[in-house]
Design a protein around this ligand. Sequence first.
Ligand code: ADP
Ligand code: MG
Length: 574
Amino acid sequence: MSFRGSAIRVLPDLLISQIAAGEVVERPASVLKELLENALDAGATEIQVTLDQGGARRVQVDDDGAGLAKEDLPLALARHATSKIRSLDDLQAVATMGFRGEALASIASVARLSIASRTKESSHAWAIRAEGGTPEPAARASGTTVLVEDLYFNTPARKKFLRTEQTEFGHCEEAFRRVALARPDVAFSLKHNGRVSAHMRAQTPAERATVLLGREFPEASLPVEARAGTLRLAGLAGAPQAARPRADAQYFFVNGRFVRDRVLSHAVREAYRDLLHGDRQPAYLLFLEIDPRGVDVNVHPAKIEVRFRDSGAIHQFVMHALKRALSPTAAEAPIAYATVSRGAPIRPMQSGLGLAQPAAAYQQFMATAVAGAPLPATEASPPLGYALAQLHGVYILAQNEAGLVLVDMHAAHERIVYEALKSNLDAGKVERQQLLVPAAFRAEALDVAAAEEHRDTLERLGLEMSAAGPNELAVRAAPALLANGDVAGLARDVLREIREHGPGGALSAHRDELLAGMACHAAVRANRLLTVPEMNALLREMEATERAGSCNHGRPTWYQLTMADLDRLFLRGQ
Ligand code: ADP
Ligand code: MG
């Protein structure tokens, strides 16, 4: 195609709207987001969402808000027509969710849109269809119904980009969740294909978080509440111990608007730094309130990005507020290992080691007898030696030629399983084991869809699962190496990984990450009692495993205390 000789033309209105729609109306979920925001701007206290076929066939939002007068109906559908701002000053202090006056026009250019609305003053409702209609009398209580049908019916190229019904519904659910989390004071319901999938009355923020994010979330979180000048940060910050492998429960709202922002996510990462293992992700639900003049929400039509006037101050405020909220746990368990390093001095205050010795010696004798192994003292012993005992169900004590070996059995097992999974996968297929009782778990619609869509990839990873309901998955077979572990947790992580990176990415660039996550669910949990032969077997596997010196999270799996180290400890020969 050549542009030479073509004249410059003003584009027709419909085409302008369709171009704009490309930015606002990405999929049914974006339609839902816009309609929900309009309902909230109209002061609704109760909002009903009705979807069909993942929203592609129908997105309908009913509200009990202020409504539109007859003469305003055609205007609501016109481009750049809004009741929310009048001037640049208004724009700079905008307190409503909408203000660009283009959502309805954009949606109407790529779908069939109609509105029925009634104000408190009107004796009856008026309805209008976007395709050139004029308002006609209709029946409904005060409030507004916006109905959007057959998305992309007139732009088939874009329709092709719609994913499966389950996937689109999953995105709609997420859009709904974001809005409902921000407004616990409003009642919401969600219906898909005639079935009610969520229903919540007006409630406290904590109740709303429980309904939408599950009971575990508030229970494993710390309250955040901080103020500085006109700034306020409130909400819940997930405890570091409850961090997850994926960033899938991170909700940050600025003046009630869900946002993804570099400054804010960096502040959060800084606050959690040194509290999390490796690339674990914290869960959080945070609300930042700021003078609207201090933040520009008009950066992108979908308004998911913002720009702060003083981003440095916001960063400091959010980071310190979170750090303070998280500090009670900073002294607790998981951080301890991060601070232990290989060369850390051994403190001689603990008497446990000494006291345990007679019993350990006895057990060591039994161990070699049971295992039928040669006595370590008389022959060259394997590098990690022979197990003597297990300490508090967490550490294995072993004796080798150099002295004492201490093994973190959970970390070691995790590394072994991880390496085994890798070679399994390299060899073509992960060995599967049928589960006697399928492991069922609650799943989002997106996960149910992904399980269906990526069945082959899952099978290569040794997982077989199927839908047990619209929001439930059942694992029927798991990798043999992991079948005794937390199978449901494993399946959830694998699905998330595949959703995030696609099946190709999960098995190539992100393969090691994926397998490490899987191994994590398999490994012997701390506090499980092992017999001496089992411990010896673990030591032998460690010797045969590559990189057995550290677990998948980079923690050491074992330490050597030489006889010289021990002599020094007891001030022998000094
Ligand atoms: P914006 O929200 O940016 O103003 P929209 O295209 O989303 O633009 O909506 C245009 C106008 O239609 C709004 O300014 C508002 O006056 C009116 N409107 C839309 N939805 C509703 C609703 N649910 N209740 C009342 N008025 C509405
Ligand atoms: Mg709007």
